[in-house]
Design a protein around this ligand. Sequence first.
Ligand code: ASP
Ligand code: MG
Length: 421
Amino acid sequence: MRVFKFGGASIETTERVENMGSILHDYMHEPLLVVISAKGKTTNALEEIASTYFQHQESKSIELFEQLKLNHQVYAQTLLKEHYIDIEEKLQSIYIEVDWILNEQPVRSYDYYYDQIVCIGELLSTLIISHYLTITLGPTAWIDIRDIIKTDANYRDANIDWKLTSELVKSQLSPLFKQCNIIITQGFIGSTDENNSVTLGREGSDYSAAILANMLDATSVTIWKDVPSLLNADPKIFPHTVPIEEITYHEVIEMAFYGAQVIHPKTIKPLQNKNIPLYVKCFLDKHLKGTLIHHSDTPIKYPPILVLKTNQTLLQVTTKDYSFITEDNLSTIYKLFHSCKIKINLIQNAAISFVACIDSHAAHLDELLQLLSDKYDVKRNEHLFLFTVRHYKQEVLREELKNREVLLTQKTRQTIQMVVR
Ligand code: ASP
Ligand code: MG
C-alpha cells in the first residue's frame, strides 16, 4: 500500500486535477491512499474569513465566504460538468458548518474558530476531486479524516492521539481497501474527542500523510510537488541550486528545523519509526527521478545546504534587577514563550540578557511582550533574516554574505547560523 500526498499547488487548476488523474492511473492497480490539501490559496482565504469574523466584521467575512463558495462551484462545475449536481448537496452540508459560525457572535477563542472555519478547505477539495476520479478512473472512496485522526484540543497545532487514531485507522480506514484501490482523504485536519475540528499547523498535509502511512504500514509515501526534486536551497532566493537525489531522514529534519520549506517538520518521525521511504516527485513531469528520503547506512555526501528565513525579529530580553540569565530566569522566559506558543528559531544568552530570534508575525507576540515586561526590559530588532548553512564552505559564506550585515553568529562543525540584515 502506498500513500500519495498532493498539495494545494498540484490541484490549483482543473487542468492540474486532470494531470493528477493521469498520475494516479499509473498506480491504481494496487491500494493507494491519496491525501490532498485545500486547493491553491484556499487556506489563506479561509484564514482571512476567520480573522474578519473574529474582529466582528461579519459582513466582510460573509462576503469573502460567498466568494470562496463561488470559486469552488466554478472549479467543480468545470471538472465534473453534468455530474456536478451529484455533489451539490454534499458541498452545501460542508458550507453550512461555516455559515452557522459566521452568523453568530464569537464566544470562544480565536484558535478554536480558526480551526472550525479553515478545515473546510480540505473537505471541499477532496470531495470534488474524489468525485472526479470516480467518474474518470472508476470507484474511489472518500473519507472524512476527522472521524479517524483524533487529537487533543490544542487548536491550530493539535497533538495526535496515536493509540485511538491507530485503532480507528485499522477499524474504519483499512477495510475500505476491500471495496476499491483508491481512498481519498484530507491532509491537515482532525478532530477532538468532542468532535470539534482541529488543524495540525500550516502545511500539515505532509504530516497527515506520514501519520496514516505509519499506521497503515505503507510501503512508501510520495509527496508530489512542483519542483523536480529537493534542492540544496530555495531557487526563488538563491540563483545557483543543485538537486539532491538522496538524503537521510536526519538531514531533512535538520533542514526543516532551520526553516527550509521542503516538507512539514513533523513528517519525518512517523516515517523514520517504521523505516518507510519518502519520495518527493514532480507532478509537472512524473517521469523525473525526484528525491529519495530514507535511512542510509553509507554516508551521503551533501552540497552546502542553504536556508534563509525571512521576516525575523530579534528580541533582546534583559533582567531589570541585573540578575544573571541562568536556570532560574531561563526557565521563566522559556515558559512565557511556550505559553504564548512562540517558537524560538535561535537563542544566545549573555550575563544579564537573553536574545531570541523569532518569526516577526508570531500570533501572540504582543501578549508575550506584555508578560515579559514585568521582570525584563525588551528591545526589538525587526526586518531581519536568519541564514543557516549546513555543510558550509568558506567560499559559499563569503559569496552569500557579500551585501549583508551580520548581527549574530552561531557555529558548530556542520552548521553555521547567522542573523543578518
Ligand atoms: N492547506 C493547508 C495549508 O495551506 C495544509 C497544507 O497545504 O499542507 O497550510
Ligand atoms: Mg499547501
